[in-house]
Design a protein around this ligand. Structure first.
Ligand code: ADP
Ligand code: MG
Length: 917
């Protein structure tokens, strides 16, 4: 026993002996068709299949051999002969009798005996292919064999009489329909035959020249001209097959041919959407799908199952005997021989596969050497008479077993569906957006309206509040006015009532009645009485009441009062709108007046400020003028004295005359007179006498000095003080008198007077007296001891130039004596003037405008400066500069020279000047 296909044993060794079923189940992991249970779990199984991850798998063309049982004719004709084939299905071997003693053995993927049921044939030949088609691979089931060996029986039997006789086409469709989902998947069928290189549509016979279209990209072939019928159930498919068979029969009759000479091709298109996690779309339940997910297109698998019932493979030489024309036989065999050549080329791994030589090879391009899973069933008869045909068929099958296909998953993205889905989603979102936009617009409108209402409400509240404020204000004002009016009215009413009461007793009763009705204040009672009197219990009269009265009545809330009014038949009267307007106008006017008054007050306030400023300025000016006035009055006094001095000569003559006639003693005795006038005149006379140097001694001797001092001490009269002081001053010009004055306590008396009086003339006299005393060398110590110097310093408080001049003269005299004493060595230490604090005033007035003051001070400074002991204090208060000025600018030469000399002789000043330089 030899193996005919041994040459390929090594290559096909791995598959040569393998069990067809095992190998297919390994090849196709799907087991969904293996049990009904699995079929029902389509979603789960789909997912399971969907998760497989292989796109291209090596797959050899599987070949099964099927032996037809002897037919009746063979039973008779071959009765004496044994079958030419012997099958060993368990070994998947076939023995072909060469002759009586020799046979060839062939191995196939499956060996199906004449007893093999249609079901079994389907399961081993076609089912694995159908499963892989459902999984998304292209598949081919093809029958090859001599005419009458059972190709059509195997593939296309309808089993109308016996369901067990159903062929592969029906069973395949049954499995497909059971597996696919009617909602998501689709199954469609085209059915055509190829006869003499012409493709005829078996579902639409008029369409008898369908062209093959090849996709230039992937080489896929399609027949767009062929009728494509959607299959929903088994029944419709059955009808379609019947229709196809009828058309095939009719066509063949018309063309005067037989089905055995044409190739019938059933093409089942299966489109399935792969349902998985990634491709699922959740828009159905209304949930929004993330855009990334939405944009992922769904995956679909487009596979096709091609079932080919080939024309009979009998030799061409036999065709003639069967009455075929040469041309026809040539065409029949063109496709078949081309197929054989292609399979040979593929089996031998030839570089060139003549696919394009025939339409059949073009149509089956994917089935052999392509991407489809292909299962070939070769059909043979048992008759030894057809041994050659059987042998040739077996050879074809053996070669076909060597053809390797690269099975490829026909999966693609469903962009159309994605586009549809996105469009739907877009429409939905657009509608949603429109709805939201509308809702948003409505909300905005609502909020706007609410806002406007709210604003209107606020404005109303505001104006109401304003009205209330105005009315309250108005009411307060009116009430105030009413009270005023009431007071007035009450007074008038009282008078009228009194008059009426006298004549009309009923008014007395009325008053009593009213008083008992309510107890309010007096004004109100009278007002009511007045009201009733004026109205004379007549409503018409009440109407004529003044506006203010009415207003008051209607504002009163006292129940008693109202009851009372009602008892009088006087209804409370409300003010009319005109009256309100009038009141409003009144109020406005009042406000205007008030504003005007406030403005006026502001203006007046401003004016007052200005006036105060002006006043301050004027006061300043007054001070200045006062000082000027002092100066002027001083000068005027001087002039007056000058003038008086001349007529005084007349007076003097009368005084001398008086002196001579009355006698000095008499005159002096009058100084103690009880009559004040007499005392005044007497002292004036004595003063006049004392002004004459010749009288002075006599006066002193007659006790005049003592009397004058006594007057100064005891009198309260300012004139007497002034005149007495003047007389003492005159007497003090004499050195002897000076000592007498001192001896009689005159210094302390004068000092005391200096502090007590503010009269400038008195002070001038006192200062003059002290100044005279200051010129006495013997009195220096006493003057200080009895407060004379202190009095001089204090008298500068009176700014009268006459006083100041006397003070300055006193200081100059004192400084001169002091200087002398210092020079003689009887005086040591600082000047008393410095000790008593006179120096600052001296320096301040050293350049006084009044020349008598200035001159005395200049002298005083020069005397003080002659002694080193005073230098330090003088420098300290700025006296040095005054001395420098005097030494340069003084108009009196003697003083100027004295200052110059003093500055030079005093080393303290020299040192300071040097230092400053
Ligand atoms: P082919 O299509 O190959 O020309 P058919 O399928 O028409 O052959 O078969 C020819 C005849 O043989 C038919 O009458 C058919 O019923 C019969 N036949 C074919 N195969 C079998 C089989 N396995 N069992 C019984 N009868 C068969
Ligand atoms: Mg047939």
């Amino acid at each position: 026993m030899s193996t005919r296909n041994g040459g390929s044993a090594s290559r096909a060794g791995a598959t040569k002996f393998e069990n067809y079923s095992n190998s297919t189940s390994k090849f196709s992991p799907s087991s969904s068709l293996k049990s009904k249970l699995h079929h029902s779990t389509t979603a789960a199984s789909s997912l399971r299949r969907g998760s497989r991850d292989y796109s291209t798998i090596s797959g050899r063309v599987r070949v099964a051999v099927r032996l037809r049982p002897r037919n009746s004719e063979e039973m008779i004709a071959d009765a004496d002969f044994a079958d030419c084939v012997e099958l060993q299905p368990e070994l998947k071997r076939l023995k072909l009798q060469k002759n009586n003693w020799d046979s060839d053995t062939y191995e196939f993927d499956e060996v199906l005996t004449e007893y093999a049921s249609q079901k079994r044939v389907y399961e081993v030949v076609a089912k694995p292919v159908v499963e892989s088609v459902l999984d998304g691979y292209n598949g081919t089931v093809m029958a090859y064999g001599q005419t009458g060996t059972g190709k059509t029986y195997t593939l296309g039997r309808l089993g109308e009489e016996d369901a067990a006789g159903r062929g592969i086409m029906l069973r395949a469709m049954e499995d497909i329909l059971e597996e696919v989902s009617p909602e998501n998947d689709s199954v469609s069928v085209s059915y055509y035959q190829l006869y003499m290189e012409t493709i005829q549509d078996l579902l639409n016979p008029s369409n008898d020249n369908i062209t093959i279209v090849e996709d230039p990209k992937n080489g896929d072939v399609s027949l767009p001209g062929a009728t494509l019928v959607q299959i929903r159930d088994h029944k419709s498919f059955m009808e379609l097959l019947q229709l196809g068979e009828a058309h095939r029969f009719a066509t063949n009759t018309k063309l005067n041919t037989e089905s055995s000479r044409s190739h019938a091709i059933l093409m089942i298109h299966v489109k399935r959407s792969v349902k998985g996690k990634d491709s699922s779309v959740s828009t159905e339940n209304g949930n929004r799908t993330p855009i990334s997910k939405t944009l992922k297109p769904p995956v679909i698998r487009r596979s096709k199952l091609v079932i080919v019932d080939l024309a009979g493979s009998e030799r061409i030489d036999k065709s003639g005997s069967e009455g075929h024309t040469l041309e026809e036989a040539k065409y029949i065999n063109l496709s078949l021989s081309a197929l054989g050549k292609c399979i040979n080329a593929l089996a031998e791994n030839s570089a060139h596969v003549p696919v394009r030589d025939s339409k059949l090879t073009r149509l089956l391009r994917d089935s052999f050497g392509g991407t489809a899973r292909t299962s070939l069933v070769i059909t043979i008869g048992p008759s030894p008479r057809h041994r050659g045909e059987t042998s040739s068929t077996i050879s074809f099958g053996q070669r076909a077993m060597k053809v390797e296909n690269m099975v490829k998953l026909k999966e693609e993205f469903d962009y159309k569906s994605l586009s549809r889905r996105l469009e739907m989603q877009l429409d939905k979102l657009t509608a949603e957006h429109e709805r939201q936009q509308k809702a948003f617009d409505d909300e905005i409108e609502r909020i706007t309206l609410d806002g406007q209402k709210h604003i209107a409400g606020v404005e109303q509240n505001y104006s109401d509040a304003l009205e209330v404020i105005v009315s309250v204000f108005k009411f307060s004002l009116e009430k105030y006015n009413i009270v005023q009016l009431l007071n007035k009215a009450a007074e008038e009413a009282e008078i009228k009532i009194m008059a009426l009461i006298k004549n009309q007793n009923e008014f007395v009763l009325l008053l009593e009645r009213m008083k008992s009705a309510f107890n309010v204040d007096r004004n109100l009672q009278f007002y009511c009485v007045l009201n009733s009197l004026l109205s004379n219990l007549n409503v018409e009269r009440v109407k004529k009441l003044s506006l203010t009265d009415k207003f008051f009545i209607c504002r009163l809330h006292s129940t008693d009062f109202r009851n009372f009014l009602f008892s009088l038949d006087i209804p409370p009267v409300l003010p009319s709108s005109d009256e309100v307007t009038e009141l409003m106008q009144k109020l406005k006017n009042e406000i205007l007046l008030r504003n005007a008054a406030e403005a006026e007050i502001l203006k007046l306030g401003k004016r007052l400020e200005d006036e105060e400023c002006e006043k301050a300025k004027l006061e300043e000016e007054i001070k200045m003028l006062q000082s000027q006035l002092l100066q002027i009055s001083f000068e005027a006094d001087q002039a007056k004295h000058q003038q008086l001095r001349e007529p005084a000569d007349g007076d003097k003559a009368s005084v001398v005359k008086l002196f001579e006639q009355v006698g000095l003693h008499k005159i002096l005795s009058l100084l103690q007179s009880d009559d004040a006038d007499v005392r005044i005149h007497a002292v004036k006379v004595v003063a006049n006498l004392a002004a004459e140097e010749s009288n002075q001694e006599k006066i002193v001797q007659a006790g005049g000095l003592t009397s004058l001092l006594e007057l100064l001490r005891s009198s309260n009269d300012e004139t007497i003080h002034r005149v007495a002081a003047g007389a003492i001053a005159n007497l003090a010009m004499n050195e002897t008198n000076q000592e007498l004055i001192m001896a009689q306590g005159g210094i302390s008396l004068l000092s005391l007077k200096a502090t007590k009086t503010e009269d400038p003339q008195t002070l001038r006299m006192v200062a003059g007296a002290i100044a005279n005393l200051c010129g006495n060398d013997k009195l220096q110590v006493k003057l200080r001891g009895e407060g004379g110097i202190r009095a001089l310093v204090e008298m500068v408080r009176c700014r009268h130039p006459d006083v100041l001049a006397q003070v300055a003269r006193g200081m100059a005299n004192f400084a001169k004596c002091e200087s002398r004493a210092s020079t003689q060595g009887t005086k040591t230490g600082r000047s008393v003037l410095i000790e008593e604090g006179a120096l600052p005033w001296i320096v301040q007035n050293a350049n006084n405008d009044a020349s008598p003051i200035r001159r005395h001070i200049e002298l005083a400074l020069c005397h003080l400066a002659q002694h080193e002991v005073n230098a330090r204090d003088m420098i300290h208060v700025g006296a040095l500069w005054e001395l420098v000025r005097i030494s340069r600018d003084c108009s009196r030469e003697d003083i100027r020279v004295l200052a110059q000399r003093t500055l030079k002789s005093t080393s303290g000043f020299q040192a300071e000047l040097k230092r400053l330089r």
